[in-house]
Design a binder for this molecule. Structure first.
Ligand code: CUA
Length: 179
């Protein structure tokens, strides 16, 4: 409420300034450009991951990861006792994040497409693939599935980039990509 009454009684129904109309129009056009850039860039930018997510339980996910590890383990990672799992070509690869490791180590074939499943057994973690710049938040009770096609053979590191507790900085994993 104003202390003094306005000069014009109908102060709220003045014609809109031309410059204001111009700015609102420009802002609207720009908002629309940015809005349509999102779906456009998803397909044309080759950087946003298309993924699926499913709600589930931690126990059910752990069971799936362990069943896959039991079936497809080819060796152990050094003396760590962590299995190196080679999932079927074109099939499902499972990895779980938990305080404080990414388990198991995966071995994939270059040029083949896999469905990579990710979830957490406790708190939120950040799945970060190095030296590629791929980052995915990993939540307990949600199973993320990402279609990946490794193109270059080599050894890739998985780091946790979401603070998850005292051992956060040692939470690492590994993916081997073979020819
Ligand atoms: Cu897991 Cu930080």
């Amino acid at each position: 409420m104003a202390i003094t009454p306005p000069d014009e009684r109908v102060w709220w129904n003045e014609p809109v300034e031309k410059t204001e109309v111009l700015w609102v129009t420009i802002a609207l056009i720009w908002a629309l450009v940015m809005f349509f850039m999102m779906p456009y860039w998803h397909f044309a930018g080759e950087q946003n991951l298309s993924n699926e997510a499913y709600k589930g339980t931690i126990d059910a996910y752990v069971e799936k990861v362990e069943a896959a590890a039991e079936k497809y383990t080819v060796r152990e990672e050094g003396s760590t006792g962590i299995p190196v799992v080679r999932p079927p070509v074109g099939g499902d690869a499972y990895m779980i994040g938990r305080q404080f490791e990414w388990w198991p180590v995966l071995e994939l074939k270059a040029g083949e497409t896999y469905r990579l499943h990710l979830s957490s057994a406790d708190v939120m973690h950040g799945w970060s693939l190095l030296p590629e710049n791929i980052n995915i938040q990993v939540h307990p009770e949600y199973e993320m599935i990402i279609k990946i096609t490794p193109t270059k053979a080599g050894t890739y590191g998985v780091l946790c980039n979401e603070y998850c507790g005292l051992g956060h900085h040692v939470m690492t994993g590994r993916i081997y990509v073979t020819e």
